[in-house]
Design a protein around this ligand. Structure first.
Ligand SMILES: [Zn+2]
Length: 198
């Protein structure tokens, strides 16, 4: 059981297949995403919960044994409020490659940079993740879609990076987007400091 203690609430995924029980045996990375809805939309966690449930149900309605599902462990709202959707010991389905042994964090943004509150509270969340899952290193993997890091993808990385390195068809190049990619070093440094002073 690994629930972030300082969260402002949770919308736990319950639809079968939207997450995988006990799949995160050895967490080695944090994968950053953007929600793709603008920061003026202030309560995105319940929307994520509803949309992911709906998409997973629709896949099962179309094909009962479909393995399709979608989720992330956390949503970080524009003002730094954090909501949990999946226990960190369980696998979330946030990427096509490197989905497991990973913690997926959705930041409320539509190609916008993270707000100061998202950076601060997101970094604190990452420090907690590293305390729960000691094989997570709070350093960045890669710098851009052109330099997405090595095959291990161990550390703080991005949705686009893991899909480029994983060579999936049509990698999601715009998640979390350039504005957030440009901030990952800042987030990682702050997360390292938070880890030291927790
Ligand atoms: Zn994503």
């Amino acid at each position: 059981m690994a629930m972030y203690p300082d969260r402002d609430g949770d919308y736990m995924m319950t639809e079968p297949g939207s997450f995988v029980l006990d799949r995160n045996r050895d967490v080695v990375r944090i994968i950053m995403h953007q929600t793709w809805a603008p920061q003026t939309l202030h309560d995105q966690a319940p929307i994520n919960y509803r949309e992911w449930t709906k998409a997973t149900r629709a896949a099962h309605a179309a094909k009962a044994d479909s393995q399709y599902g979608v989720s992330a462990h956390f949503t970080v709202e524009w003002d730094g409020r954090i909501f949990q959707h999946v226990d960190t010991k369980d696998g979330a389905k946030g990427t096509r490659d490197y989905a497991y042994n990973s913690i997926h964090i959705e930041f409320a943004a539509r190609d916008e940079p993270l707000t100061n509150d998202q950076i601060f509270y997101g970094a604190d969340l990452m420090a907690w993740i590293a305390s729960e899952h000691p094989n997570v290193r709070l350093i960045t993997v890669g710098n851009s879609n052109k330099d997405p890091g090595d095959k291990k993808q161990q550390g703080i990385t991005c949705h686009s990076f893991v899909e480029i390195v994983g060579k999936v068809d049509n990698p999601k190049l715009d998640c979390p987007g350039v504005a957030i990619v440009n901030q990952i070093n800042t987030v990682a440094v702050l997360a390292s400091v938070r880890a030291l002073i927790r």
